[in-house]
Design a binder for this molecule. Structure first.
Ligand code: SF4
Length: 809
């Protein structure tokens, strides 16, 4: 059987829905009867949207004759922050089109004997054959290479559930299975937040979020570096709602700094400051110069709480001239004063606007400065993160209401237990972005050249077996598709790939074995970590319909594999995996185990009846205890204080092996990078910087095949009118976007909503190459690079140079 990519984009509407159903009384399971929705359905079931947008929205599914006929939002709560109704966004409300997609995997399939991996030639097999093949390959590879050769690829398409959970990797059922028999190779960080997760502990001692979004009500001024909940977490009860409602109620002046006039800038911004991608640390340096020269620095705050701002507060053993003050004023090793004029030529922001912004930030008290995850997803993202930390310290805003620490906004969530997790006996971990390197040259990867973590200094073996459950990072969400495809086609490197998913994806195409998973509507689960500002919640998601086609739950799959892996070496793997419980019993066990940490949690039966249980938490004022008493409540940095200069990074900068041009710096300096704003000015072949913003149509690639989303938000590349005119491109023209890594053909959106010299191709579109390898789906990762960022070894997927021209076809 051959599955063509074209068929993936078609949806035939497999269920009849939308007709007015009248007659019998509605039975509500999990929710009290409400007048909303269709009348005459058989039941209305609480479920949830389990994708990786950061929200975990409840959904009520109306079922008639065994099919979902309508998707409703939840109906409890009101419009006040903390007790709000959690209204699903348009993506969640189109979930019926995902569940009944024609792209659903219907039965197990293996790569046809003798065909190339990725050729799309499949043979349907029974579940028994699939389990036997899987168990035999897993045993063969573990016996030959050891457990470290087995890898769970980053996958966030099934997020939020507990038993059916593809990320974090240690919570996946496949991790649990592997940990019953010796473990697997870990990864650390995420494709969303690698640089901020790695950099923040060097400033604050551990990964601390910012004050929560509702705290903006206490601010005089809000400054957002690339923060965009309006298009990312756009649930009516989530971060978008809290952000817009707080702005509406309190009217704080809000400035959004972003290469693109995002929907967040449109909704809450008083002003949009367009900036060149990857230049944020240069802007911060220019602002710091204004603060210093105009005497707007909070010196008492810096003296009391911070290391590294000036020469009087440096770690022992560091030569003079290495403070942030010296760096800014041109007294450091580079001898360059970071004046607004210096920052202007990097950022593209006029010097006078930088001066004004510096004065505003230095004068408005309290001032909330937050960063989204876009600015850090760059080749110099770690320093962008820490530069914003430095800025909030210079104006003394950490730990106070209305201020903040410069990080990504925080949320309140319930501290639900997870007894489902079994610890991995292996502690070796690669960066989440470097799995392709670990296939290609794993044994060459070390702590100092590849950021390997754990007790070992180097990998002994490359990745030979991949579990890819509920994710599209094998191809679609990983960088440089053409290079990745060439790597995966060679099955002498990674010898076996098992993809478990609901639908056929570009990642699924590179499987040796494809297993059809049920959707969230076809199984029971508990959603633990719901968070929406100060509102935390848990959902008991019921099984709405029977598994479609010949799909099975991952719990059943893992149990069957466990049965086959049981024996002398690992004992009774099945017993270790299930502990004698069914999936439904595990749901209750996880819930009941949470009562110790969430004392107000009602009895399980009560939450099954209501479907959702919410608890209002406090506004988060990050590090307020440290600010109240920095001696009694030291941070976990070496100095116990906030570290603008990090001695740990100083040491790393002297010991790590980095490719030419990469830098780790003890201060949050602006570091020019490959394919950054400077190179764009001199690169005649590829003069346009390209980012890949999150798009309302999709959560990464999830929902990317639903007809409603594709129609409402078609895939286009954003291009400034000046750049379009220079290339003879009009709005809606078909254009080729290309660099040395590949080529995409897609319509142009000519709009002043993007800075000149910058393009944006919304990330997550489904890779659909034609026979020449030109992607007609518009996947940004055709054009992004494998090269990791220096410290986090994270994905720099907004650091790209491209050319755009009118298509000749
Ligand atoms: S995509 Fe995110 S915001 Fe939208 S319904 Fe799903 S969880 Fe909620």
């Amino acid at each position: 059987m051959t599955v063509s990519r074209r068929s993936l984009l078609k949806w035939t509407g497999a269920v009849a829905g939308g007709s007015a159903l009248v007659g019998t009384a509605t039975t509500f399971i999990g929710m009290p009867a409400k007048a909303d929705g269709l009348q005459g359905v058989d039941k209305t079931v609480m479920s949830s949207c389990n994708v990786n947008c950061g929200s975990r929205c409840p959904l009520r599914l109306q079922v008639k004759d065994g099919a979902i006929v309508r998707v409703l939002s939840e109906s409890t709560g009101n419009d006040e922050i903390g007790t709000q109704q959690i209204r699903a966004c348009v993506r969640g409300r189109s979930i019926r089109q995902r569940i009944y997609s024609a792209d659903r995997l219907k039965t197990p399939m293996k790569r046809k004997e003798g065909t190339k991996r990725g050729a799309g030639e499949w043979e349907e097999i029974s579940w028994e054959q699939a389990y036997d093949l899987l168990a035999s390959e897993l045993k063969r590879i573990i016996n030959k290479y050891g457990n470290e050769a087995v890898y769970l690829n980053y996958a966030t398409g099934t997020l939020g559930g507990t038993i059916a959970c593809s990320w974090p990797p240690n919570q996946s059922p496949f991790a649990r299975l592997m940990n019953c028999m010796g473990g697997y190779l870990n990864h650390y960080n995420t494709y969303s937040s690698a640089q901020i997760t790695s950099a923040t502990p060097f400033t604050y001692g551990k990964n601390l979020s910012n004050n929560s979004n509702d705290d903006a009500k206490n601010s005089k001024l809000v400054v957002m570096f690339g923060y965009n909940p309006q298009e990312v977490r756009m649930s009516g009860g989530g971060e978008m709602y809290v952000t817009t409602k707080t702005r509406k109620d309190h009217n704080m002046r809000t400035i959004v700094i972003d290469p693109r006039y995002s929907d967040t800038a449109l909704a809450v911004g008083d002003e949009w400051i367009p900036i060149r991608p990857g230049a944020d640390a240069a802007l911060v340096a220019g602002l710091a110069h204004v603060l210093i020269t105009e005497n707007l620095v909070d010196k008492p705050f810096l003296d009391k709480y911070v290391i590294g701002y000036d020469e009087q507060h440096m770690p022992a053993g560091v030569p003079a001239g290495n403070s942030y003050h010296s760096y800014i004023m041109g007294k450091g090793p580079d001898g360059i004063a970071k004046t607004p004029e210096w920052a202007a030529q990097i950022t593209g922001i006029p010097a006078q606007r930088i001066v004004q912004l510096g004065r505003e930030i230095g004068s408005a008290k309290p001032c909330r400065i937050a960063q989204g995850l876009g600015p850090q997803r760059h080749a110099n993202g770690e320093n962008t993160v820490r530069s914003v930390h430095a800025l909030v310290c210079m104006v003394g805003q950490v730990g106070i209401p209305g201020g903040g620490n410069g990080g990504h906004p925080g949320n309140f969530s319930l501290k639900m237990a997870n007894p489902w997790i079994i610890e991995n006996p292996i502690d070796t971990a690669i960066s989440v972005f470097m799995w392709t390197d670990a296939i290609d040259h794993g044994p060459e990867m070390t702590k100092i050249n590849a950021g390997l973590k754990g007790s070992k200094d180097k990998l002994d073996v490359g990745i030979k077996f991949i579990w890819n459950y509920g994710g599209n990072t094998l191809i679609n969400q990983h960088s440089d598709h053409n290079r990745t495809i060439a790597l995966l086609e060679d099955d002498t490197l990674c010898e076996f790939i098992c993809v478990i998913d609901n639908v056929m994806t570009s990642s699924g195409r590179y499987a040796d074995l494809l297993l059809p998973d049920v959707s969230s509507a076809e199984q029971k689960d508990i959603i633990k970590g719901g968070q929406a500002g100060t509102l935390g919640y848990t959902i008991i998601a019921e099984k709405a319909i029977e598994p479609l086609h010949n799909s099975k739950t991952t719990f059943e799959m893992c149990s069957e594999i466990a049965k086959r892996m049981s024996g002398d070496k690992w004992g009774d793997v099945l017993q270790k995996f299930t502990e004698g419980r069914t999936q439904d019993e595990w749901v209750q066990h996880c819930y009941d185990s949470s009562k110790a940490d969430v004392p107000n949690l009602p009895p399980f039966a009560d939450t099954v009846t209501t479907g959702i249980w919410k608890e209002q938490g406090p506004s988060l004022i990050q590090s307020k205890d440290f600010i109240a008493d920095p001696v009694a409540n030291k941070l976990e940095t070496p100095s116990g204080k906030i570290e603008i200069f990090s001695k740990l990074l100083w040491d790393i900068s002297k010991t790590w092996e980095l490719p030419e041009g990469d830098r780790v710096t003890a201060l949050p300096e602006y570091t020019p990078t490959w394919e950054g704003p400077e190179e764009a000015k001199t690169n005649e072949k590829y003069p346009l910087q390209m980012i890949g913003h999150h798009y309302k149509a999709r959560t990464h690639s999830s929902y990317g095949n639903t007809p409603w989303m594709m129609e409402a938000h078609n895939q286009v590349i954003w291009l400034n009118p000046l750049d379009a005119e220079a290339r003879g491109i009009a709005n809606d023209d078909l254009v080729d976007v290309y660099n040395d890594r590949g080529r995409v053909r897609i319509p142009a959106r000519v709009t002043p909503r993007i800075a000149p010299g910058v393009t944006s191709l919304p990330q997550g579109a489904w890779y659909t190459p034609d026979k020449q390898g030109v992607d007609l789906g518009g996947s940004v990762n055709v054009l992004t690079s494998w090269r990791p960022s220096p410290l986090a070894k994270g994905n720099p997927q907004h650091t790209n140079l491209v050319q755009v021209e009118k298509s000749k076809v």
